[in-house]
Design a protein around this ligand. Structure first.
Ligand code: NAP
Length: 325
């Protein structure tokens, strides 16, 4: 008698075969994952390429110098030739100035992508390991008196330029199984007269977290380095600009804010005395680049912890607290 295959026996044998195949596939994928993990864990980061924006001063410069000293190949982006010369004169072969990169001029980007790609190939490496999005400025002003061109420039520097940079470099970053780093302010909190800095921090926070989700299939972490008060050229620059603005703002409208601005500036002066050395930020960036499982957020600098705590409050409560300052 012919052996009758019942539906259930067919089901059974099919299930067994599928199970066997899926076991093979899963053990293969486990093995691939393991091999990949081991190769990432074993891979030395020595010589891997990192592009840092805004390296003429402050945090960017400190990060670039530190990473180069640790053996990364650092592409230190600046806007001006004399800043590139100053970096070159340091004589570190791991520190390669790239110039000009003005994030408001998107045409600066393609030649830099070509240069970075060729230089990494020449050094026997595939792709670019990381971008550290650092460049930024911003000014102090009530929104009513803010110069719209400056506000627009900051949007280009902090948002549009970095997105264009990301688009241009992602193929290289994918090849290197790399990561993205964003230098930002920790707390998502409204501070009077600082909106041209903090409004973009809100937006960068959103960009960094969104890109983290979008790039998850390729395991490209997007990491925020949330800096409190850091001792850089920025406070002096903004103070100089503010003095200029005092001369340019219409007197009758400036007078509406004068007392409140004076109070904020006095607070700011106290804050400025306690800022943290930017080399501390550089060490945290190194940690974020080297960790096999990096955190999504690192905090560093004066008051960074307090600001992050404030962010955990309900918005209405935080708004109330800020209005009582
Ligand atoms: N200092 C702090 O307490 C603090 C705290 C939290 C976050 N941050 C953030 O950290 C970043 C660096 O600030 P910093 O304090 O180190 O200030 P900084 O010393 O003034 O450095 C800012 C850098 O950004 C560059 N830059 C400005 N606009 C640019 C543009 N359109 N294209 C390309 N580069 C541009 C500047 O180049 P030029 O010299 O050519 O102008 C400079 O190299 C900023 O994004 C800032 O918001 C700072």
């Amino acid at each position: 008698m012919f052996k009758r295959f019942t539906t259930s026996s067919i089901d059974h044998s099919l299930r067994n075969r599928l199970k066997a195949r899926s076991l093979t596939a899963s053990s293969r994928s486990e093995q691939t994952a393991r091999t990949r993990f081991e190769s990432v864990a074993r891979r030395t980061l020595r010589g891997e390429g990192v592009l840092v924006t805004g390296c003429s001063s402050g945090i960017g410069r400190a990060v670039a110098l530190h990473l180069a000293a640790q053996g990364f190949t650092v592409f230190a982006a600046v806007r001006k030739a004399h800043d590139a010369d100053a970096l070159r004169q340091l004589g570190d072969p791991n520190l390669i100035p790239v110039c000009p990169l003005d994030l408001t001029h998107l045409t600066d980007i393609p030649p830099i992508v070509d240069f970075v790609s060729q230089e990494m190939q020449r050094r026997g490496k595939d792709g670019l390991y990381a971008i550290v999005n650092n460049a930024g400025g911003g000014s102090i002003a009530p929104i009513e008196l803010m110069e719209i061109d400056k506000f627009r420039t900051e949007a280009e520097t902090r948002l549009i330029g970095p997105v264009a940079l990301l688009q241009a470099f992602l193929p290289l970053i994918r090849r290197a199984h790399g990561r993205l780093v964003w230098i930002v302010t920790p707390g998502l909190m409204p501070l009077p007269y600082l909106s041209s800095i903090h409004a973009y921090d809100f937006a960068v926070n959103c960009l960094a977290r969104t890109v983290q989700l979008e790039l998850a299939p390729w395991d490209i972490p997007s990491i925020q380095i949330r800096c409190g008060g850091i001792q850089t050229a920025a406070p002096a620059k903004t103070a100089r600009e503010l003095e200029e603005s005092f001369k340019n703002w219409p007197k009758e409208r400036f007078e509406l804010y004068a007392a409140s601005l004076e109070k904020e500036l006095a607070e700011q002066a106290k804050f400025d005395k306690k800022r943290t050395d930017p080399r501390e930020v550089a060490k945290v960036v190194q940690k974020a680049l080297c960790a096999s499982h990096p955190k999504r957020r690192y905090q560093i600098g004066y008051m960074a912890g307090v600001a992050a705590l404030a962010e955990a409050l309900p918005q209405s409560l935080l708004d109330w607290a800020m209005s009582r300052r």
